[in-house]
Design a protein. Structure first.
Length: 169
């Protein structure tokens, strides 16, 4: 995975009710993130790097980051109880993912010294500004954003379904 320092501007877009999020650089598709909603797994590609995200556990949620080609563990993600923050561990490096505003439309990944990747947008589209060329880290942040939006959708359906069914009776 490329880890050289550079400023990168990317965009993502995902159709309504679609499971694939496309990643673009200057209108050219350079990657994608494909989710399996039923298992919360995802596979991603960015600039030729192929990885998969595999959740483990139920009460203490953790996600493994796997190199799809070599089938080796690259890192893991630990979520806080409210899914508002996550710790990303890759080898001996530790990163933090968090919301940057109360509307939950801006997120960032940072290490102990600086913010490395900024994200802004919604569940359907957004922008990425990265000061690192680390494709794995950039793709992991996008996975976390999509995972968050999936969780929000499930909670909303669970909360609104009883109301809807009550109205139908």
């Amino acid at each position: 995975f490329n880890t050289q320092d550079m400023e990168t501007q990317l965009n993502w877009k995902k159709g309504f009710f679609k499971s694939t999020c496309e990643i673009h650089s200057r209108e050219k598709m350079i990657g994608k993130l494909k989710e399996n909603i039923w298992s919360n797994t995802a596979t991603g590609e960015l600039n030729g790097n192929l990885i998969s995200f595999r959740p483990k556990g139920f009460t203490k949620q953790k996600t493994l980051i796997i190199d799809t080609v070599k089938n080796e563990l690259l890192g893991e993600i630990d979520f806080n109880a409210f899914m508002t923050k996550a710790t990303i561990r890759m080898g001996d490096k530790v990163f933090k993912w968090k919301y940057d505003n109360w509307l939950n439309t801006k997120w960032s990944i940072h290490d102990s010294e600086e913010t490395l990747v900024h994200y802004s947008g919604s569940s359907l589209k957004g922008k990425i500004s990265a000061s690192t060329g680390d494709n794995l880290l950039t793709l992991t942040g996008l996975y976390l954003i999509n995972y968050y939006w999936q969780t929000v959708a499930v909670v909303l359906v669970a909360a609104l379904l009883p109301i809807y069914l009550a109205i139908l009776q």
